[in-house]
Design a protein around this ligand. Structure first.
Ligand code: PEP
Length: 250
């Protein structure tokens, strides 16, 4: 299935200070002059959400978080709840990024609980899945990703807006990308897993983004692949010029 309106989401990870607001201002003004048909979002560190939400006023650039706690509030020092993200101006939230799965031991069950918390706060979750190089080389990519989708997608997603991002761990920040055929094979498997898990109405419509070393130079080919409903972009989302190059390529 081809989706002509793509979702292009920037993940700033642990990068960005007040001085980087200028990148979002540049992005927002370029999109005001020449609007994009695509949905565009930036997920900055939590410290910048409110400032970016104000800077991106006008709606051309949506703002999201990069993670949330699964509880609505309480004694969880250092954590941020979904409703706090929403209160600061976020509309989306990335959940289950492979860096969090690897560095913070996030399981599919925990990601599913975070998805429920995000939905309860009115946020649109972007659920990340992806295989390691070892798993791909063992021929397990489709099985691993399908299991992650089923384990990370709670019933609460039915009737709600959400997206899934397929991000092969070995492609993140490495400059390596799968072939178009490999991307399409996994995206078809993600679609099948979503439909099995949530039914054809809810599982059949959610955009499936590709993430992992997306750049202006490879974005057109990736975004035109079958079942690719957008891109989750790390490094190349930090500079307005690069991110715009990806948005315009879609
Ligand atoms: C990411 O971290 O979500 C990502 C896709 O990073 P990069 O684009 O830098 O590979």
């Amino acid at each position: 299935m081809k989706q002509s309106v793509k979702m292009i989401v920037g993940n700033w990870k642990m990068n960005g200070r007040g001085e980087d607001l200028s990148e979002v201002l540049a992005l927002a003004s370029a999109l005001a002059v020449q609007p994009s048909e695509h949905r565009v979002a930036i997920c900055p560190p939590a410290t910048l959400i409110e400032r970016l939400a104000r800077a991106a006023v006008g709606g051309a650039v949506e703002i999201g978080g990069q993670d949330c706690h699964e509880a609505p509030g309480g004694a969880f020092t250092g954590s941020i709840s979904a409703s706090m993200l929403a209160d600061a101006g976020a509309r989306l939230v990335i959940l289950g990024h492979s860096e969090r799965r690897a560095a913070f031991g996030e399981s599919d069950g925990l990601v599913a609980a975070k998805v429920e918390a995000a939905l309860a706060a009115g946020l649109e979750p972007i659920i990340c899945v992806g295989e390691t190089l070892e798993q791909r080389e063992a021929g397990d990519a489709v099985a691993v990703v399908s299991a992650q989708v089923k384990g990370s997608a709670p019933d609460a997603l039915k009737g709600q807006a959400f997206a899934v991002a397929y991000e092969p761990v070995w492609a993140i920040g490495t400059g390596l990308t799968p072939t178009t055929g490999q991307i399409e094979e996994v995206h078809r498997a993600v679609r099948a897993a979503l439909i099995e898990r949530l039914g054809v109405n809810d599982g059949g419509a959610a955009p499936i983004l590709y993430g992992g070393s997306v750049k202006p130079g490879n974005a057109a080919e990736i975004l035109s692949a079958d079942e690719v409903g957008g891109a989750l972009v790390g490094g190349a989302s930090l500079k307005a010029e690069d991110f715009l190059g990806i948005i315009r390529a879609g």
